[in-house]
Design a protein around this ligand. Structure first.
Ligand code: GDP
Ligand code: MG
Length: 515
């Protein structure tokens, strides 16, 4: 993501304050100049950039400032606030309501990523336990229905569409009515786009909107079009009641600044960003965590949310077992399932301060997941007695015949099974000590939420389990300790980051891990 460059440049500018002996007008101006240049290079609208500079300058009045005040801190937090303002229209996004039908309509130009994002969003809600479905009201583009059907089938999401009906309004109406009757909670309507903003497109959009009365209209915007984002989003906003925005293609080479600053034009909140073609490549967008992450401060809130999504509170049985020092192979199997459910490993890593999104190469991530799956396949070949045995590994050492049986069943070598058991024994020891993954996160405020020690242990074990090479890429133990140090600092809240001095999480802090 090219936005990461922007983040690095702004962080460098902010850090220049730390090395200055005296903070005066000159130092401030030099820093602002650097930030302004970086923002303009990232395609952020010039009017907004000017506004940002003026607002920061207005906050800092050197003549009036008392000598004892921490000027560095004030300047840095003013910049942070202004950056947040840049992407925050101050409007709350529509929140779907459980137990009722929420109709969400997608609009946007052809190729912006509507159909792809519809499926991603449906998948997102489905994973969270909502009754979700898709309606294809695009009769303009050849093969549009097939595309949606294929995506939906792969993700097992119910869908509605037609090969014969040519009126999108009728399809939308029928599909939404049917799903409403069946008690679906999230009904997503995909519409057609045109190559350009045409009257005919807007006319059709209005008719579909009138026919299904959506609770929320999501405007999908392609980040790669840069400065053109602003005009485009204005045009859509003028025609229909756009409630939220999703920015797509923020992976690749998009500068992103154009799309992000178009938020000001729509006065609608960005709710998600698309970061790839895969169904999992959709990230909830929240302004403060986004800016924190951009500046290399990590996204602790997002990480906690992911863990909460897993609903580990329900896992009282496991907690109870752990209290008594039991951790079976089946428990490990379930923990693996949780890790897989949390989504791509790199996404999780990207939320940890000091790590960047693109930290793990896609290739090695796939390998890690494949390795985890292989371990699970071996466990699939075990019987209940083995999986639930409280000394899982001992049973196998006492009766080596079991190892042979599992290796045959899973189509792996005996050595691999032995390795799995060794890893399990180590994993169990760590997990027992920390009281389960849930033990990582305690209630209370954000600063106290993450227990860095336990996080370190888990990560260490997870990385080892998944692939020794990945572990090395992470900079081995040194790298991990570094991350944890950063996590500790980051978890203290933004106040710590801007506390002046050398504190905070320099992006360079991830040791040998960064490439
Ligand atoms: P629509 O015409 O608005 O429905 O757009 P599509 O959903 O058909 O997407 C157009 C192209 O953009 C497809 O090739 C998608 O795979 C691709 N695409 C959509 N979202 C993203 C994204 O977040 N990142 C990347 N790299 N590609 C995307
Ligand atoms: Mg489409």
């Amino acid at each position: 993501m090219v936005l990461a460059d922007l983040g690095r440049k702004i962080t460098t500018a902010l850090r220049s304050l730390n090395s200055a002996t005296v903070i005066n007008e000159e130092v401030l101006n030099a820093m602002l100049k650097e930030i302004v240049t970086a923002l303009l290079e990232a395609d952020v609208n010039i009017r907004l950039v000017k506004g940002l500079r003026e607002n920061v300058r207005a906050v800092i009045d050197f003549d009036e400032m008392a000598a004892g005040l921490n000027k560095r801190r004030m300047i840095q937090s003013a910049v942070f606030k202004e950056l947040v303002k840049l992407v925050d229209p101050g409007v709350k996004a529509y929140q779907p309501v459980k137990g009722k039908s929420n109709v969400i309509m997608f609009v946007g130009l052809q190729g912006s990523g509507k159909t792809t994002t519809c499926t991603k969003l449906a998948y997102h809600y489905m994973k969270k336990g909502w009754k979700t479905c898709l309606v294809c009201a695009d009769t303009f583009r050849a093969g549009a229905y097939d595309q949606l059907k294929q995506n939906a089938t792969k993700a097992r999401i119910p869908f509605y569409g037609s090969y014969t009906e040519i009126d999108p309004v009728i399809i939308a109406q029928e599909g939404v009515a049917m799903f409403k009757k069946e008690g679906f909670e999230i009904i997503i309507v995909d519409t057609s786009g045109r190559h350009k903003q045409q009257d005919s497109l807007f006319e059709e959009m209005l008719q579909v909107s009138n026919a299904v009365s959506p609770d929320n209209i999501i405007f999908v915007m392609d980040a790669t079009i840069g400065q053109a984002c602003e005009g485009q989003s204005r045009a859509f906003k003028d025609k229909v009641n756009v409630g939220s925005v999703i920015i797509t293609k923020l992976d690749g080479h998009a500068k992103g600044g154009g799309a992000l600053s178009a938020v000001a034009a729509t006065q609608s909140p960005v709710i998600f960003i698309g970061t790839g073609e895969h169904i999992d490549d959709l990230e909830p967008f929240k302004t403060k965590p986004f800016i924190s992450k951009l500046l290399g401060m990590g996204d602790i809130e997002g990480l906690i949310e992911k863990v909460n999504d897993l609903g580990l509170e329900d896992n009282e049985e496991l907690i109870e077992k752990l209290k008594h020092g039991h951790f079976t192979l089946r428990d490990m199997y379930e923990q693996f399932q949780n890790i897989m459910k949390m989504g791509p490993f790199s996404q999780i890593m990207g939320m940890i301060p000091g790590f960047s999104q693109d930290f793990l190469a896609k290739g090695s991530e796939k390998e890690s997941m494949a390795r985890l799956k292989r371990l699970m396949t071996m466990m699939d070949s075990m019987n209940d007695g083995e999986l639930d045995n409280r000394d899982g590994a001992k049973l196998f050492t006492k009766q080596p015949g079991r190892i042979i049986r599992v290796s045959c069943g899973a189509g792996v070598t005996e050595r691999e099974v032995r390795e799995l058991l060794t890893q399990y024994t180590k994993f169990a020891a760590v997990v027992k000590k920390m009281g389960g993954i849930k033990g990582l996160f305690k209630g209370g405020d954000m600063g106290k939420n993450v227990n860095p020690n336990q996080m370190a242990k888990l990560n260490q074990q997870m990385a080892k389990m998944m692939d020794p090479r990945v572990f090395q890429q992470m900079g081995g133990m040194g790298g991990l300790q570094n991350i944890m140090r950063q996590l500790q600092q980051g978890a203290g809240g933004l106040g710590n980051m801007f506390g002046g001095g050398a504190g905070g999480s320099a992006p360079s802090g991830s040791g040998g891990g960064r490439r």
